[in-house]
Design a protein. Structure first.
Length: 381
């Protein structure tokens, strides 16, 4: 009896084969689950890498080989949004204190409402403005380094203090004198409340904390903005000093009429021998000139269509009708000078525009590569 029980407990060849298949199926299943889990982890890891490492590190633009990382661009967009929101909140607070039904305050109400609308419209174009701003900053920084321009810590600090309205060494006001019964007596100067050092420190600290809390901007990144402002100022001064004080100019006069037919009529009368100045005084729409005389002017002072023809004429040459937004012109060049000194106003205008013109030229160079898309703009949240 016991021998039969023992014999029945021994697995048969069929049972062993079935168990083997079951074990192999289990191992295959475990392997499949493991591979699936590994693939899932890899997919998640790749997604996290793309979202938190690759994407933020990818360039939104490259300037002379120097990348502008997406994370820096997004941080700047958030900062500019924070600035706009603060300005709008301040204006709306001022609006809340005004009575729109009060006639004496209606002008201020309209003014503040317009300011709010303008700031709100800026938010629409802000992402692309920030991109241009950061490209300009990189261009200016690289050019400053090339020229040996540097910014000292105290220069950056002075720029920060200026923004907050703090004057470290304010000028001492001088009292004015009034005459009383033949004697000059000094008039006391009213005391002006100025921001103290502790007040500045408190205001600065609170603002930096707000930036960190609201937009995640570090104090170092905030101070960097002011350093870039000083670089901008110094580069502007350097470029202004290099502006030539003289350049090609022409002395011209014109007759301005409304239609092309009238312009050809002017040409016919000039061909018949009539005086140019007399015709200008008689028919020209430009009544601000004497005999149509525009005096000397350099490039950039006239509309482009007019300027192109004027600088292309020889002395004594008279143009065919030239159409501009003002109407139709007949131009005569009276004189030209390839190197005439600029008047003081024009020279100052050239110096003021030196940096903006330099930047406009640099932005169009092949050294500036843009990779921006709307997908790189951070959400408002």
């Amino acid at each position: 009896m016991s021998n039969r029980r023992k014999q029945s407990e021994v697995p048969t060849r069929k049972q062993l084969s079935r168990r083997g298949r079951e074990e192999r199926q289990k191992r295959s299943l475990y392997a499949l689950v493991g591979v699936t889990a590994l693939v899932a982890v890899m997919v998640l890891a790749y997604g996290a890498y793309q979202e938190y490492i690759a994407k933020p590190s990818s360039p939104v633009a490259i300037v002379h080989g120097q990348p502008i990382p997406t994370r820096d661009y997004q941080a700047r967009v958030r900062y500019r949004r924070f600035e706009l929101a603060s300005q709008i909140a301040t204006l709306q607070q001022q609006l809340a204190g005004l009575d729109p039904t009060n006639e004496d305050q209606q002008f201020l109400v309209q003014y503040f409402q317009q300011q709010v609308q303008q700031l709100q419209s800026q938010s629409i174009v802000l992402p692309t403005q920030v991109l241009d701003e950061m490209i300009d900053e990189e261009l200016m920084l690289q050019e400053s380094v090339r020229r040996g321009i540097s910014v000292a810590p105290d220069e950056m600090q002075a720029e920060i203090e200026r923004l907050f309205g703090f004057e470290r060494s304010p000028p001492t006001p001088e009292p004015t004198s009034t005459t009383v019964e033949g004697e000059a007596t000094p008039t006391p100067v009213p005391t002006i409340e100025r921001m103290s050092q502790p007040e500045f420190d408190k205001s600065y600290s609170e603002y930096v904390l707000a930036l960190r809390r609201e937009v995640g901007m570090s104090e170092q990144a905030f101070r960097r903005l002011f350093e870039l402002n000083v670089f901008r100022t110094k580069l502007q001064e350097a470029l202004a000093e290099e502006m030539p004080s003289s350049e090609e100019q022409v002395h011209a006069r014109h007759v301005l009429v409304e239609t092309e037919e009238e312009a050809y009529d002017v040409l016919d009368r000039l061909a018949a021998g009539e005086d140019f100045a007399d015709l200008a005084d008689e028919v020209s729409l430009d009544t601000a000139t004497d005999g149509g005389d525009l005096e000397w002017f350099a490039r950039g002072q006239m509309v482009s269509e007019f300027e192109e023809v004027a600088f292309g004429l020889e002395i004594g040459g008279i143009s065919a009708p030239v159409e501009t937004s003002f109407g139709f012109h007949i131009i005569e060049v009276l004189d030209r000078d390839p190197n005439r000194p600029l008047d003081e106003a024009m020279l100052e205008q050239r110096k003021s525009a030196a940096l903006s013109e330099w930047l406009a030229e640099q932005r169009q160079s092949e050294a500036v590569e843009r990779y921006w898309s709307s997908a790189l703009v951070p959400s408002d949240g």
